[in-house]
Design a protein around this ligand. Structure first.
Ligand code: GCU
Length: 613
């Protein structure tokens, strides 16, 4: 049992007594915490349903009064505790969430593996069944609740056998698992397989077929009878070979609405993923442009989805690349409930080996995306059974910060990072600031040594770690940069694939115009020759070289900073060994990408640094 090692709750070592409700958990946490502090502090909890998930905290001398709704009390209690742990003193607080559903999507398979998981095996599945340490799941509940995450989708969006039985033959197990997390205000969600009626013996899974509709209704009745607070179903349909309504000539709205009708009597939601594109593209076809796909499919369906359907859209139009513009779907659908999906598992961003703190990137998303455009958030989990729950001890920051983001997307990135550091490590001011800087700059460094100027997919195919600039060039995933000896990038303006036209006017103009397109997005929207002169006077090719050299140097500096930090022994050893791997990775990226472009362009580095022939 690895307790909270490496996590922001590590200072709460005490095991909680069994609790039935979030309010009881709030009471247990505060009692234990104040007893350990020994300062004679007391507390009073007052349930006020009008506050919902929000809460109010007010100190009267040494008595902490918390008012809140059902789960609001729990969030209030955790914020009191975390505030005191951060050394903020006895502060009055008032807070409420921006989004009612703050979801964590685990991509856990029932054989115990985790798709794109870099933190060890599943925390709750093994050998085709539920298999977990209940105490650890309670710790998980505390962790999630302390970050105000309130929905956990248990299984991979790619539903592999026997996971389709979670909603049929395994309801008893589902019920028991839900009961473990309920006292922490965490409700479960399950990924379902759209073709389930077929495996149940029906001749079709057509969403307009009466028998199919009845099947899902009856199934929903059975599921909610066992788990009455199940949040809903998550669906990946007609995406990367998953079954869906298109096979029957039906739209995504027809597919989603059929499920929505089945779950509506139970106040359930259907979260329908918009990650849909042609994954069998011919690379010769330069007209089809994968980032255009989702908008083309879903824009015409705006207004057709039932009220309890949420369309879950990845932050960018591709797939969690290092740098992507915000998906135009998130900006243009006005009559559809939308969830923003981000990925904590760093599939393309270092796989929890390389440091990559996400809050600065999320800030950029919300700089473009008005927070009112969406109604909820989801994040692909970075959790697993490893000693450090998030692989890299510092990757826990991303989980903690995600909860803060989904609660209040306005929260400053520096604040999230600073708070996590304070909670997790006892450091003096100087060391704390140095760790914060290390984390805050990590994304920038990663971007420099990997992806030049918004160019995506130069990564090793399938595993997605390390450089391979030609790896996806002739593949069928729609992932091309089309570098030749003169130029690189895709023209996505109105003259090109037209992707930029999917944005509202102002953004369209910003991206379309070479004078205003942000440097970091230049090659996402434009195809440019190597001698193109950037705004700062450097040529494009020189900028690519400079970034890669600088990115590697940045990692060397990060390694130095880390070496000097007085962290707990285990965390330090793990972080340092991962940093060595990051250094090797950064060197590899620098040299492979620079050599790749040097070979193509024949242009040498203006500063005479070594580029391998
Ligand atoms: C990526 C990832 C897959 C995942 C998919 C998804 O393509 O590599 O493993 O299944 O995203 O989000 O559905």
């Amino acid at each position: 049992m690895n307790g909270f090692d490496g996590l922001w709750l590590k200072k709460l070592q005490r095991t909680l007594p069994p609790c039935e409700t979030p309010a009881e958990t709030a009471k247990a946490e505060l009692s234990a915490f104040f007893a350990d502090r020994g300062l004679g502090e007391t507390f009073a909890l007052a349930e006020d349903e009008a506050l919902g998930e929000g809460y109010r905290v007010c100190w009267e001398g040494a008595c902490c009064r918390v008012a809140g709704g059902h789960t609001g009390l729990l969030y209030g209690a955790y914020d009191v505790i975390l505030g005191l742990l951060k050394g903020e003193g006895r502060q009055d607080l008032a807070s409420a969430p921006q989004y009612p559903l703050r979801m964590l999507n685990a991509w856990d398979n029932m054989d115990g593996s985790v798709e794109r998981g870099y933190s060890g095996r599943s925390l709750w599945f093994e050998g085709g069944r539920f298999d977990y340490d209940p105490e650890r799941i309670r710790y998980l509940g505390r962790l999630l609740a302390s970050a105000h995450i309130n929905v956990l989708c248990l299984n991979n969006v790619n539903v592999h056998a026997p996971a389709q039985e979670l909603v049929s033959g395994m309801l008893g197990d589902l019920k028991a698992f839900a009961a473990l997390l309920r006292p922490f205000g965490v409700r479960l969600m399950v990924s379902i397989d759209f073709s389930l009626p077929l495996s149940a013996g029906l001749p079709t899974a057509d969403p307009l077929d009466a028998g199919v509709r009845e099947f899902w209704k009856a199934l929903a009745d059975r599921v909610w009878a066992e788990v009455p607070d199940l949040a809903g179903f998550l669906v990946k349909a007609d995406s990367e070979h998953r079954p869906g309504p298109n096979a029957y000539g039906r739209t995504h709205a027809e597919g989603a609405n059929m499920l929505a009708e089945a779950v509506v009597p139970h106040q359930g939601v259907v979260v329908w993923r918009a990650f849909v594109y042609d994954c069998m593209q011919d690379w010769r076809d330069a007209q089809t442009d994968r980032p255009c796909a989702a908008y083309k499919i879903y824009q015409p369906l705006d207004g057709d989805f039932r009220d309890n359907v949420i369309l879950q859209v990845k932050n960018g139009p591709y797939d969690f690349q290092v740098r992507e513009p915000v998906s135009p779907l998130l900006l243009s659908l006005k009559k559809t409930h939308l969830a923003l999906e981000v990925q904590l598992a760093q599939e393309y961003t270092g796989q929890q080996i390389d440091l990559y703190a996400m809050p600065p990137m999320w800030r950029e998303i919300f700089d473009v995306l008005p927070k009112e455009n969406i109604c909820s958030m989801a994040a692909v989990s970075n959790l697993g059974r490893g000693y450090f729950w998030t692989g890299h001890p510092f990757a826990a920051l991303n989980l903690y910060a995600y909860g803060r983001l989904a609660w209040q997307p306005d929260t400053e990135p520096g604040r999230m990072i600073g708070d996590w550091v304070r909670l997790t490590y006892d450091l003096n001011v100087e060391d704390r600031e140095s760790l914060c800087r290390l984390l805050a700059g990590s994304r920038n460094a990663y971007e420099k040594y990997t992806a030049p100027l918004g160019l995506c997919w130069m990564v090793v195919p399938h595993t997605h770690y390390g450089p391979c600039p030609g790896g996806y060039e002739f593949d069928l995933w729609g992932t091309y940069h089309r570098a030749d000896r003169n130029a690189v990038g895709i023209d996505r303006t109105g003259e090109g694939t037209g992707y930029a036209l999917q944005y509202p006017e102002k953004l369209h103009e910003l991206y379309e115009n070479l004078d205003t397109c942000p440097d970091e997005m230049l090659l996402f929207f434009h195809r440019l020759s190597y001698d193109w002169v950037m705004r700062d006077g450097r040529t494009l090719i020189q900028r690519i070289y400079d970034d890669h050299f600088e990115g590697y140097e940045a990692v060397r500096a990060m390694a130095e900073t880390l070496r000097a930090l007085p962290l707990p022994e285990n965390d330090k050893a793990e972080a340092e060994s991962r940093m060595q791997r990051q250094l090797r990775n950064a060197r590899e990226w620098r040299d492979v990408i620079n050599t790749f472009f040097h070979r193509l362009s024949g242009v040498s580095d203006a500063r005479g640094r070594r580029i391998y022939p």
